[in-house]
Design a binder for this molecule. Sequence first.
Ligand SMILES: NC(=O)C1=CN([C@@H]2O[C@H](COP(=O)(O)OP(=O)(O)OC[C@H]3O[C@@H](n4cnc5c(N)ncnc54)[C@H](OP(=O)(O)O)[C@@H]3O)[C@@H](O)[C@H]2O)C=CC1
Ligand SMILES: CC(C)=CCC/C(C)=C/CC/C(C)=C/C=O
Length: 314
Amino acid sequence: MQPHLKLHDGTQFPAFGLGTWKSKPNEVYTAVRVALEAGYIHLDCAAIYQNEDEVGKAIADAIKAGDTSREKIWVTSKLWNDSHEAQHVESALQKTLSDLGLEYLDLYLIHWPVAFKHGVTFPRSREEFLTLEEAPLEKTWEAMAELKAKGLTRQIGVSNMGPERIDLLSGVGETPAVNQVESHPYLPQTELLTYCQSKGIQLTAYSPLGSPDRQTRKSDEPSLLEHPTIKEIAEKHGVGTGDVLIAWALGRGTSVIPKSVTDSRIRSNLKATELKLDADDMGAISNFGKSYRYIDGTFFAGPNSPYTADGIWA
Ligand SMILES: NC(=O)C1=CN([C@@H]2O[C@H](COP(=O)(O)OP(=O)(O)OC[C@H]3O[C@@H](n4cnc5c(N)ncnc54)[C@H](OP(=O)(O)O)[C@@H]3O)[C@@H](O)[C@H]2O)C=CC1
Ligand SMILES: CC(C)=CCC/C(C)=C/CC/C(C)=C/C=O
């Protein structure tokens, strides 16, 4: 039995899933087939990953092959920033459902607290953004609640949000089921985790391995997979460093969604859900004494944007 976390309405949420950002259209099909055949029950998707049609084909073929069923799997997707205005929210979800070949999602998240004009994939000028005054997150949240009421998604949640924004949304509607944020030993998000747990919100850790395949990777950024403490603990347990990072995330009560398109890693990452770290391991990993955010939000900030990188995580 894979680890699960309880959502605020009692629903069991599979705590381990497959990330699909950067999984190329010609490789994500096989990755999802391998994952579902190996026993994955949770897929993390998003419209902006531009591969949901291929993920959907893999889900359909896996069901046809008898590897899984719709009821057994948990599929998350995310509303992109150009569809925050209430009139665009349902059509964005319908496109995702059509691409994924599904009748409903298990979880739909507001991807970022940043808004673009409708049809803008990535803004090139100030005019292509909308401010949060022009596209209030509360209105988007109300539209998300309507999707749930219509049965198009079983749960709704947020991503890349701090307590201030979560409180704002909870004040106009239901509390988000999940907040998906970057989290790993360099960015443990301890305060945010405590806050989320106090509200019954589950925290999903994205980029748990340090997202080393990003195009925007900096040459001097620290490596989690090569960190000496992680290596030492991996050697002690006779596993890989990725396994230790996955077990650490699960051990502190978050869900975790490592991405891989490599057959052996897809399988070993799933096996890592069985690895139990002891208190010394957990303590050593939680005391890195260094902070680093890989997904720093600068792609939405700067002189041509109404947003600042620091303001995103309020
Ligand atoms: N809500 C949001 O804004 C965001 C959500 N996400 C979600 O989180 C997921 C995971 O984060 P992501 O940024 O992709 O990065 P990860 O931290 O999951 O790292 C992925 C990289 O690690 C490699 N890898 C996978 N497993 C292992 C292993 N066991 N040992 C060594 N290397 C390994 C992969 O290689 P290979 O594929 O070649 O095997 C890939 O290069 C995303 O795919 C996406 O679904 C991510 C960022 C933002
Ligand atoms: C414009 C395209 C095709 C991709 C952009 C991907 C990107 C840099 C998104 C920024 C937000 C992000 C890191 C999302 C991850 O979930």
